[in-house]
Design a protein around this ligand. Structure first.
Ligand SMILES: Cc1cc2nc3c(=O)[nH]c(=O)nc-3n(C[C@H](O)[C@H](O)[C@H](O)COP(=O)(O)OP(=O)(O)OC[C@H]3O[C@@H](n4cnc5c(N)ncnc54)[C@H](O)[C@@H]3O)c2cc1C
Length: 357
């Protein structure tokens, strides 16, 4: 293999991080590009949003992760687009050429055409989002404590979470817990335990992608925590002081959006076919048809709440061993132990993250 081959990995999330780690013994140069200087453990964002954890507990500097990987360099920059013809990623302040490119830029929120709702109902994808939600939640209790008018106080003490996927379920549960337990005795003029946490879901059950029995268990647990669940209900309007669900209006000062994700916009710059959700269509080895040796688009997917697995290229491969073993990953985070990296997509070879040249 040619040592001078340059592999650019865009994105230092789970997918990009493990792709780059997987190349640690390969005789190539690896550059990890991310617009943030930290890798983020997204599954625990809701704990930051509800003041149970601090940002530093779930973020690790990407440079520190790759401190001992001699063939890896880290660049803090936003990738604006990919110039496929010239094999270059265009940054906000320059460009990087590549021989092989791994795009692992994750997903973003979507408000289903209602971008104006973003300011009223923040989503949860970044540390900044989590801190903003934390600020709003804690402020709502403070404002309620000082509010003399009953109806307005009720609105401050009503929290609506839109979307009952894993993020919405976790958030609603955590909000109910802080209202019922963490804050229960801290106020003189309100009883935080009377706060309403309403979880709204458009389809007929919580955790729609999960098996029905798990949905039912999650629902029962949420109800035990005091969360009100509205399934089969679609949000039609989000206002400064309330949410409209069809004919019903709920007065609520805090609304959190956990209802939809969209593909990374970077996919659009590839000028390749996208599906209806804007996702890049890849072959079985995650390469883009027509650019087999050049571009891979990877993401991590959740199969169950505690299992990640990577889909990796399947062709005859020059492998770097063991890259997805848990021990190779940020062992200083105890919570990481709950996540397993068991198998890869069917047909991919063994427990190896592989690159073919
Ligand atoms: C609140 C929450 C809870 C979750 N809980 C679970 C769970 O319990 N179990 C589970 O399996 N999954 C869970 N997930 C999903 C899981 O976190 C994601 O599937 C996973 O993080 C996706 O990893 P990724 O590497 O594909 O993308 P990301 O982790 O999103 O990483 C993408 C990276 O690319 C960078 N980037 C993006 N665009 C650019 C650009 N143009 N230029 C430079 N850099 C760029 C970003 O800064 C980011 O670092 C949860 C997600 C959230 C938000």
């Amino acid at each position: 293999m040619d040592k001078s081959k340059h592999i650019v990995v865009v994105g230092g999330g789970f997918a990009g991080l493990y792709a780059a780690r997987g190349l640690r013994r390969a005789p190539v140069r690896v550059t990890i590009v991310d617009r943030r200087n930290h890798h983020l453990f997204q599954p625990l964002l809701y704990q930051v949003a509800t003041a149970a954890l601090n940002p530093a507990d779930i973020a690790a500097p990407i440079r520190a992760v790759f401190r001992h990987q001699r063939n890896a360099d880290v660049v803090l920059a936003e990738v604006k687009r990919v110039d496929v013809a010239r094999r270059a990623v265009v940054l906000d302040d320059g460009e990087l050429s590549y021989d092989f490119l791994v795009l692992a830029t994750g997903a973003t929120h979507t408000y289903f055409g209602h971008d104006e709702w973003a300011a009223r109902a923040p989503g949860l994808k970044s540390i900044e989002d989590a801190l903003e939600i934390r600020r709003r939640v804690l402020y709502a209790f403070e404002a309620a404590d000082r509010e003399a008018d009953d109806a307005r106080r009720r609105a401050w003490l009503t929290f609506v979470v839109v979307g009952a996927g894993p993020t919405g379920v976790e958030l609603a549960g955590a909000l109910a817990e802080i209202a019922r337990h963490a804050l229960a005795r801290d106020f003189r003029h309100i009883d935080p335990r009377t706060a309403r946490v309403i979880l709204v879901e458009g389809v007929d059950r919580v955790l729609p992608p999960f098996p029905a029995d798990l949905s039912a268990k999650a629902r029962a647990q949420l109800e035990r925590l005091g969360v009100e669940i509205r399934v089969g209900a679609r949000v039609t309007q989000i206002e400064e002081d309330g949410v409209v669900l069809g004919d019903e209006r709920i007065a609520a000062r805090t609304v959190i959006w956990a209802a939809g994700v969209a593909a990374s916009p970077l996919g659009q710059s590839l000028a390749v076919p996208l599906d209806r959700a804007g996702r890049v269509i890849v072959g079985p080895c995650l390469a883009i048809p027509g650019h087999d040796e050049v571009i891979w688009v990877v993401t991590w997917r959740a199969r169950s709440s505690n299992a990640f697995w990577a889909e990796v290229p399947r062709r005859s491969c020059i492998a770097t061993k063991g890259c997805l073993r848990r021990s190779a990953a940020l062992p200083q985070w105890p919570t990481f132990g709950a996540y397993t990296f068991p198998a890869f997509s069917p047909g991919c070879s063994g427990s190896r993250f592989t690159f073919s040249f």
